[in-house]
Design a protein around this ligand. Structure first.
Ligand SMILES: [Zn+2]
Length: 192
């Protein structure tokens, strides 16, 4: 396990020594777009149930929507994120960072729409009411520091929640996500 940051191979866009489960739900970024924004999300399927295989299945179009009544809305949904961090700290990558993952939907950051074009999406396994685990903050910090080091177009002041770029539709990662704790933890990266 990495001590302080994940190493990222810029060529492949993959975290080194990390599980990679390729998602078909991605494509090329528009030619004038690069990685500028990090978007944090919270997800659990069903909501509030942790440790299920359903998030990976959703991101790889393997989800059997009859498995749970809540999943009916997810039929034919084509979504992904670059990274998923489980409650256990397990990190799974679905989309190389230079590719466009489909995580933000209709969204706007500082008057720029279509945030998928220029962002990296990180999903934390969680919900709006149960605090995230310490190991998730730790892994997230190490990952974000690795990203900031690898992609100079990213910066610590351009890390937002899904709720910030789609406030009418989304609440994740939710009020239980401790932004102050997170920002403190990435301070060593401020001068990268
Ligand atoms: Zn989200």
């Amino acid at each position: 396990m990495p001590q302080s940051e994940y190493r990222i191979d810029r060529e492949s866009g993959l975290v080194i020594d990390c599980q990679f489960l390729p998602s078909p739900n991605c494509d090329d970024r528009p030619s004038d777009c690069t990685e500028e924004l990090i978007v944090l999300h919270g997800i659990s399927l069903p909501e509030g149930h942790f440790g299920t295989p359903y998030v990976e299945q959703l991101f790889t179009n393997q989800l059997e929507t009859t498995a749970h009544p809540d999943f009916a809305d997810l039929e034919d949904l084509r979504v992904s994120a670059h990274i998923f961090i489980r409650r256990t700290g397990e990190v799974i990558q679905f989309v190389p960072f230079h590719k466009r993952a489909w995580h933000a939907g209709v969204s706007s950051f500082r008057n720029r729409n279509c945030c998928n074009d220029f962002s990296i999406g990180i999903e934390l396994e969680g919900c709006n009411t149960i605090p995230y685990e310490s190991i998730q903050y730790q892994r997230l910090t190490h990952l974000v520091i690795g990203l900031l080091r690898t992609y100079p177009s990213l910066s610590p002041d351009k890390i937002v929640g899904h709720c910030d770029i789609a406030p009418d539709r989304k609440t994740d990662p939710g009020p239980v996500f401790d932004w102050e704790r997170f920002h403190q933890s990435i301070l060593p990266a401020q001068h990268l």
